[in-house]
Design a protein around this ligand. Structure first.
Ligand SMILES: *Cc1c(COP(=O)(O)O)cnc(C)c1O
Length: 371
């Protein structure tokens, strides 16, 4: 536990909640294996803490975005986990794949050729996944390349294909026709290849039903507590809490403006409290006049602009005895769900999580979320 006694804002991360979320998703996925997405520093949570916790919970398959993330993860998680690199491989990044035993997610025929050639040259078999684009138009073999591969399996010589994969574009909307179209397209491509295991579902995809589970599911955001089924109660345990202590309280009796740009004006008697965190800490600026916190069970709005290091909240509704410099304010967690806060700021929980700053201290705890 880090020393957080002097700190005016503390981020608490519950690693037992991540483990509980992992087990829940793995159970939901039935016979499929369950990977963990730990790209972008485990969605801002901290890969050095999250990855060992996930490994302890039984996770053997990890996905990261970049080679650098993969090298770090190999050092953290040891030799006996499978690490897939979503951004693929090229000539410049080839050596660390070999040195650290990483599996590229091959995103085009040229990458398949490069890795196959490497295997043949080294007279070895090299692990990889192959990603097919079924609607994202971002990474993965386009349809034309998938067809070419289907007609020429020799391109896979020397490769130990762990998974064929694709990525859903609208899985958080169960009624979107995209889901079924992508599943069908993916299964069609799979038919043209030798019987390799397959993987399609991200967090929300797991909730679309058993057809989508295939052999491996790939949750990210739900592990870290965001709601994978928007519009329904969040089935995941809360992972992140951000609490801050009030820095100052301004008692306002005459009309007065609050913050940069004078976007907020206090008219009557009011109390404005200042909290020591701002957009440099990941409290994104679009929460200006839109965010909210809780003090002693009372919801208090963020008023005026979010500044770099400070926000201001209107605490007029809070009883005087709760309003002292040093009083605790819940900024994220409990009644302030990351999903609702994200929506208030016009974004998604993914962005709130990955924006969580590193300036305030982090307390990594392990508390059974069911208690
Ligand atoms: C990030 C990512 C995931 C995880 O998505 P979540 O919505 O966070 O569960 C799965 N697959 C791929 C290819 C990804 O890039």
């Amino acid at each position: 536990m880090s020393d957080t006694a002097h700190a005016s804002a503390v981020l608490t991360v519950n690693l037992a909640a991540i483990q509980s979320n992992y087990r829940k998703l793995r159970e939901l996925a039935g016979n499929a294996a369950c990977a963990a997405l730990v790209k972008a520093n485990a969605y801002g949570i901290g890969i050095e803490q999250a990855a060992p916790a996930l490994k302890d919970a039984g996770c053997h398959h990890f996905f990261v975005a970049t080679v650098d993330e993969a090298i770090l993860l190999r050092k953290i998680a040891g030799p006996d986990v499978q690490i897939f690199v979503l951004n693929g491989i090229d000539n410049r990044s080839r050596d660390p794949f070999l040195e650290f035993g990483l599996s590229p997610v091959l995103n085009e025929l040229a990458q398949i050729e490069l890795w196959s050639k490497q295997a043949r040259t080294g007279k070895t078999r090299l692990p990889a996944a192959i990603h097919f684009d079924t609607g994202m138009s971002r990474l993965g073999l386009p349809e034309s390349e998938a067809r070419e591969l289907g007609q020429d399996h020799e391109r896979l010589e020397g490769l130990d294909i762990k998974y064929l994969m694709s990525h859903l574009v609208s899985s958080e909307q169960p009624d979107s026709p995209c889901n079924r179209e992508q599943l069908e397209k993916f299964l069609e491509i799979r038919q043209t290849l030798p019987p390799f295991p397959a993987s399609l579902a991200n967090s929300s995809g797991i909730f679309l039903g058993a057809e989508y589970h295939l052999d491996l599911v790939r949750p990210g955001v739900a592990l870290y507590g965001a709601n994978p089924v928007p519009g329904n109660p969040n089935p995941m345990a809360e992972v992140v809490q951000l609490k801050a202590k009030i820095s100052q309280i301004r008692r306002v009796d005459t009309p007065q403006t609050v913050g940069y740009g004078a976007t907020h004006r206090v008219t009557g008697p009011a109390r404005i409290a200042t909290l020591p965190l701002g957009y440099a800490d990941g409290y994104i600026r679009s929460l200006s006049g839109k965010g909210y916190c809780y003090i002693g069970g009372i919801r208090v709005p963020v008023v005026g602009r979010v500044s770099m290091d400070l926000i201001t909240i209107d605490v007029t509704a809070v009883p005087e005895e709760l309003l002292l410099p040093g009083s605790d304010v819940t900024v994220i967690g409990g009644p302030v769900s990351i999903d609702e806060l994200a929506e208030a700021g016009g974004t998604i929980a993914y962005e709130i999580l990955t924006s969580l700053g590193s300036r305030y201290p982090r307390d990594y705890v392990s508390e059974d979320p069911s208690l």
